[in-house]
Ligand binder design. Structure first.
Ligand code: F6P
Length: 323
C-alpha cells in the first residue's frame, strides 16, 4: 500500500479530526501519499479527493466536526455508484482506505471491498457507542460530557422551581449516552432501549417521592427508548400526575459538537496511527477498536451495531443512589 485515502462518513463525532490528523501524519511518516476524501463515500463518487500534507491537518486536533465533511451517501448503495468510486480511487492510484464512521459506514466499506480489491480499515466514530468490538467510540466521551454539563444546568433551574424535568438524549437505538449521563448527574430515572421500561413504576415512584416532599426530579430518556422519547413520557405523566410542574428538554445536536475531550483525542490518535500500521501489514476489512485498553480487531461485517447488554447492576445502582 503506497497511497491511502481517508474519509469520515455518517453522523460526525468530536475527535474525528484528531483521527484524520493521526492517519495523515502516520501515513506521511511511512512515506505514503495520503488523500482526503470529502463528504464520505459521496466524495469518492464525485471525485472530490484532495492530497493531504502535514500542514493540512495542523490546528485541528482540538476541533469538533470533521474537516473532510461527512455525508450519508445514497449513491454508494448502488453498484454503479461503487464502481464510479472505485474508478476514481484507481485514477489517483489509491490502494488503501481508512473509513471513520459508524456501522452504516462499515457496511458500505465491507460491500465495497468485497467487490473491488481495496483494503479498508474502519475506525469507530460515533457518539452513540453502539459498535460491537470496542469499549469506546470516538466522540462518545465528549458527547456524554456535553450532556452532563447541560443536565447539571437543568438541575439548577429544576431545583429553583421544584420541577420535574424529562431530558431526552441522543443515541439512536442505544442507551449509553442516557445511562452514563443519567448516572453522572444523579437522575432519578433513566429510560433506555436495552432494558424494559416500566413507565407505570416510574409514575408510582414519582408519586411516592411527592409524598416525601421530594419535588425535584430528573428523568433522562434515550431517544430510542420504547416509550418514544421525552414528549411521550411527558404526556403519560401529565395524565397521571397533572399537578406536577413538569418540563421537557431535548438536548439534540449540541451533543454532536464541541471540542473533543482528552479521552476522545487519545483514542482517535491511537486508532488513526494503528489504521496505517494495519494497512502496511496487509490487514484488510477490519475495524480497529479498543478493548481492555488493548487494540482489538473485528471483521468489518461483525462490527455492526448489536444491542449490547447493559448490566442489571447499573440499573440497581441508579435506583439506590437516586432514592
Ligand atoms: O448516530 C449519531 C446520531 O447523532 C444519533 O444519536 C441520532 O439519532 C442521529 O445521529 C441524528 O441524525 P441526524 O444528524 O441526521 O439528525
Amino acid at each position: 500500500v503506497h497511497k491511502i485515502g481517508v474519509l469520515t462518513s455518517g453522523g460526525d463525532s468530536p475527535g474525528m479530526n484528531a483521527a484524520i490528523r493521526a492517519v495523515v501524519r502516520t501515513g506521511l511518516y511511512h512515506n505514503m501519499e495520503v488523500f482526503g476524501i470529502m463528504r464520505g463515500y459521496q466524495g469518492m463518487i464525485d471525485d472530490d479527493i484532495v492530497p493531504m500534507h502535514s500542514r493540512s491537518v495542523a490546528n485541528i486536533i482540538q476541533r469538533g466536526g470533521t474537516i473532510l465533511k461527512t455525508a450519508r451517501s445514497k449513491d454508494f448503495y448502488t453498484p454503479e455508484g461503487r464502481k464510479k468510486a472505485y474508478d476514481n480511487l484507481k485514477k489517483h492510484g489509491i490502494d488503501g482506505l481508512v473509513v471513520i464512521g459508524g456501522d452504516g459506514s462499515f457496511r458500505g466499506a465491507q460491500k465495497f471491498s468485497n467487490e473491488f480489491d481495496i483494503p479498508c480499515i474502519g475506525l469507530p466514530g460515533t457518539i452513540d457507542k453502539d459498535i460491537a468490538g470496542s469499549d469506546f467510540t470516538i466522540g462518545f466521551d465528549t458527547a456524554v460530557n456535553t450532556a452532563i454539563e447541560a443536565i447539571d444546568k437543568i438541575r439548577d433551574t429544576a431545583d429553583a422551581h421544584d420541577r420535574l424535568f424529562i431530558i431526552e438524549v441522543m443515541g439512536r437505538d442505544a442507551g449509553y449516552i442516557a445511562l452514563h449521563s443519567g448516572i453522572a448527574t444523579g437522575a432519578e430515572h433513566i429510560l433506555i432501549p436495552e432494558t424494559k421500561t416500566d413507565i407505570e413504576a416510574v409514575v408510582d415512584s414519582l408519586e411516592e417521592k411527592e409524598r416525601r416532599k421530594k419535588l425535584v426530579n430528573m428523568i433522562v430518556v434515550a431517544e430510542g427508548d420504547e416509550t418514544g422519547g421525552a414528549n411521550e413520557v411527558l404526556s403519560i405523566i401529565k395524565k397521571r400526575l397533572p399537578h406536577l410542574d413538569t418540563r421537557v428538554c431535548i438536548l439534540g445536536h449540541i451533543q454532536r459538537g464541541g471540542s473533543p475531550s482528552c479521552l476522545d483525542r487519545l483514542i482517535a490518535s491511537r486508532l488513526g496511527y494503528a489504521a496505517v500500521d494495519c494497512l502496511l501489514e496487509g490487514k484488510h476489512n477490519i475495524m480497529i477498536g479498543i478493548m481492555n485498553n488493548k487494540l482489538h480487531f473485528t471483521a468489518l461485517d461483525k462490527a455492526v451495531k448489536a444491542k449490547q447488554r447493559i448490566s442489571e447492576e447499573w440499573m440497581k445502582i441508579v435506583k439506590i443512589l437516586a432514592s
